[in-house]
Design a binder for this molecule. Sequence first.
Ligand code: AOF
Ligand code: ZN
Length: 379
Amino acid sequence: MSAPSPHDVERLRRALALASKGRFRVEPNPPVGCVIEGAGGVVGEGWHDGYGGAHAEVRALAVAGAAARGATAYLSLEPCSRHGKTPPCVDALLAAGIQRVVVACHDPHPDEGGRGRARLEAAGVHVVGPVLPGEGAALLGRFREALARPRPWTILKWAMSADGRAAPLRGGGGRLTGDRAQAEVHELRGRCDAVLVGRGTLEADDPLLTCRLPGGPPDGRSQPLRVVVSRRLEGLRGRLLDSAGQGPVLLAVGRADPAEARTLEARGLQVLEVGPAEGRVDLARLLAALRERGVARLLVEGGARLHGALLAARLADQVQAWVAPLVLGGQDAVPAVEGSGVRAVEGAWRLHDPQWRKVGDDLVLQGFAQPAPAELAAV
Ligand code: AOF
Ligand code: ZN
């Protein structure tokens, strides 16, 4: 019995709904959902809930336990067959004794190409699908686009007062959000391959940019590569530059004086010359260089000018904006985003699929900085 039934389609739609719970948490990975159903009904559900974390199948199988033996797995995406940051889901499905797998769509990753399906079938598992290729692929547009781009998935994160200010004075930092917000930001750092700030933020906030959750980064991940972007190396200082022992630090500059670079490298810091564009660091080249170094997910933590420049250059993919219940006011307060901005509301950079959440006393707004590829096609 392997043809899809209306019941199969219903379960797959549930897997697709579960997949979307991973939105904003897994990109550039695809969001994936899984439902496991035995003879008596659903025994486990799961979704990919964090970049670098367990895949949907593994989480659903953990809920199902022994009840997965002989059961059907409904997947929004064909299961992976290769070792990435986690072991192949095909192995987990086989080890659990799953007998039938129903998939919504293929995995467009060039290293997959139907291998997951072939391995399952070779082991005697019935594989059905792709049953909902259109609905499944609609969830994958951003993943497919990110695969094809020579830069990381780039998340801009800022915190601001209720009146949209990031700091009361230029060069004067200070934390606006509460402890729960802070913990979420540390988790986000731990789920990114690199964290980037501009020189101004280094000087104003003196950040360490490490993930300081009690157990360290989640899922046994390493500390992110911490990156400072500046026109020049001269005069760069701060706790970050003394913290190479806590994780890698990269100083990305337009031009690097060779003697200065050697001194900094002797302190365990990495130096990267990116080359200037009109007197500033070429941000597209910086992001491409980070991608070449294996950075697939990048968090940008300011400052306001860097955020403005990345938005204007369409180099941002996701925005996470925290709003604290504070008012800073004043002419000299620093806005969350600077740069040349837009001339009229009609030209504003829209955040797509916006999601608002309350975290402690703070609000967090997340959205995608670019329209979904399907929306683009419809234009
Ligand atoms: C699955 N289930 O839940 C997801 C899959 O880097 P990794 O190890 O997280 O692997 C990411 C790749 O795995 C991604 O490129 C895509 O091909 C697949 N995504 N596969 O079986 C999941 N998220
Ligand atoms: Zn997998």
